[in-house]
Unconditional design. Sequence first.
Lengths: 163, 446
Amino acid sequence: MKAKGHVFKYGENINTDVIIPARYLNATTGEELSVHCMEDIDRDFVRKVKPGDIMVARKNFGCGSSREHAPLALKSAGISCVIADTFARIFFRNSINIGLPILECREAAQEINAGDEVEVNFDTGIIRDLTLDREFQAQPFPEFMQNIIHAGGLIGYVNGKKK
Amino acid sequence: MIKPSGSKNLQDLFRISIFSAAGGFCMGMTMSQKILAGHAGQAEVKAGQLIEANLDLVLGNDITSPVAINAMKEMKNQTVFDKEKIALVMDHFIPNKDIKSAENCKCCREFASAHSISHYYDVGKMGIEHALLPEQGLVSAGDLIIGADSHTCTYGALGAFSTGVGSTDMAAGMVTGKAWFKVPSAIRFELSGKLRKKISGKDLILSLIGMIGVDGALYESMEFTGSGVESLSMDDRFTVCNMAIEAGGKNGIFPVDDITKQYLKEHSKRPLRIYEADDDAVYEKTIRVDLNEIDYTVAFPHLPENTKKAGSFGKIKIDQAVIGSCTNGRISDLRTAAEILKGRKVAEKVRCIIIPATQSIYLQAMKEGLIETFIEAGAAVSTPTCGPCLGGYMGVLAAGEKCISTTNRNFVGRMGHTDSEIYLSDPAVAAASAVMGYIASPEEVL
């Protein structure tokens, strides 16, 4: 499984309130949520993002609320992968559970620039910045989480187990 | 290895089992690890290990439950594992703030009815979930709880392992009664001394977040121990554990002592399972805190880690003061606010909004005359709701406005416009600031 796209880059502690502000939490579908994604820190994001694009940020991405609306909004906006130094734990779980690929890689998060073209191989964890012509190795997922990802998320995983 | 051992007190015999160290060859476990091991049916777990564990309670609110209910529709098995072990609390946008919120609550209401969910709380009977569940006795020591709300970590105050998850985890939990966990390592906070008069749990947790940062406990348990624990009231402990997530923590947890037992005796009929950390438990690090040294603390915009001692900065004029939320909407918080507001007036250009966290707290405050004090002081008092904490309604800020708030997050745009500012504090500082019109230390008023 691979992803390829241009990079939107942000800083530290990108919290769920800016990924999807609470004033829009009366909506429950990805389609409704995605049009407001990131608007409190980047008004141009929704207009500029293209399917397959990649988000890169620094430490503690997704901190704050448990709202699954946050990874859902990113995924529906077209983001194919988020790369960060570290993720807040509930965001980490939620992303795996809904099938939004995320990768922890401090070096990549530091070096990759906004606008770079980046290719990610989820099976190997290799991140290639085609603009910089550099390669980074992300932490691979433990087998248990890979099983959830391969099942398309937690619901698929649970359905599979019930067989 | 863990082994249940008997309790000394005959009266407690039927309700209390104690899981303490039995010694031997196993590596010591933290209190959180012991609860996880106990619920995974394993004698031992290690930090980093992935486990599947049985849940005692699955919680959702009016924001997160509709997403979980939708997710559940995609599952092969759509029956809930135990209608007694699911709590649905309508608290974020109710009484409904708009049509979409009304639709969300309707979705939850119909689901609760269709599945005969025992613990469904709606307008007139509800409260803010993390104040409500302990009050209603749904949480007990030794429980393993997940909630689709990040502040689910509050129940660690009662010696439970409880943590926030998303809606899909909630959906899977409602059906299977299980959840997957990565066993966390822990930071031990060894508390000594005693908080000075009127300094509260909020000042303690804000100080700790200021010390370790908003990701200082990322993926880890925050375990509070030491001789200082006994000086902290149950409400202080709720507030401390409530904000463990603001340091990135997976859970916050206190040992079970006489104060916990007394609280549970008054509120819950559930059995107590007392888990104690092993003497040789391994911690990532130990942080020693002298409670006597904690001061009134204010977190500046836009992160809870930006803490300063109240009174250590110039006059910051405020437009609004909010006293309430799952962090500080309990009766002791309202008593503290009333003590300051009694016989005084909210400053002319300040809007003071006070929100009791549950219906019974509201009623108790009324019986004690606190509501009268608030209204006479010129404050607005609201039915329980999370409302302004997350910029939903009941106190949304305009561009350029500043608010002192007893809530838990001060991120950009959290309470309204992205150009507004939130300063976090305890109820005493918030009430004093409401009176003075700028962020003030309670000593300036009392």
